[in-house]
Design a protein around this ligand. Structure first.
Ligand SMILES: [Zn+2]
Length: 150
């Protein structure tokens, strides 16, 4: 059996090159405002009429700003990886440098009971779903070990 090819579930939203995955966003050349997903036409800053954007890799670290438990099986194209469906935690994370809030699933094993606003998380890339030939990848958030004794 050949190994499955690992491909992003959504094209161009993150990079999996190297050991450190990163979300891919843009920064406005006129005012420096960051955007995720990538901006192509208009700056998010209402006071700016910039139309040119540089691609940037965004912070891999951030802080939990808000979170929720996804108790219901989401609609297609999401493909459940477990049957019966197991709820998972979704966190809105404020990126360390850009102050953008990016929604993402927490890694398996982290429930809403483990989460508090302000906790540090880092970006990882994990399997969203698989078929016979591919593993489809998506970014997820993982709690950063604080170094405190268990
Ligand atoms: Zn701008």
């Amino acid at each position: 059996m050949p190994a499955k090819t690992r491909v992003p579930a959504v094209e161009g939203w993150f990079t999996t090159e190297g050991d450190e995955p990163a979300l891919l966003g843009t920064r406005c050349r006129s005012c420096g405002t960051y955007a995720f997903p990538r901006e192509s036409y208009f700056c998010k800053n209402p006071a700016c009429d910039g139309r040119e954007f540089d691609d940037v890799a965004l912070s891999r670290r951030g802080r939990v700003w808000s979170f929720t438990n996804n108790c219901y099986q989401p609609p297609p194209p999401f493909v459940p990886t477990s049957d019966p469906f197991e709820p998972f935690a979704i966190a809105a994370v404020e990126l360390a440098d850009e102050q953008l809030v990016v929604l993402g699933q927490m890694v398996p094993g982290t429930s809403v009971d483990d989460l508090k606003a302000g906790m540090d998380v880092e970006l990882v890339v994990d399997t969203l779903f698989e078929d016979d030939e591919h593993e489809y990848l998506v970014w997820k958030w993982r709690l950063v070990e604080t170094g405190a004794p268990a």
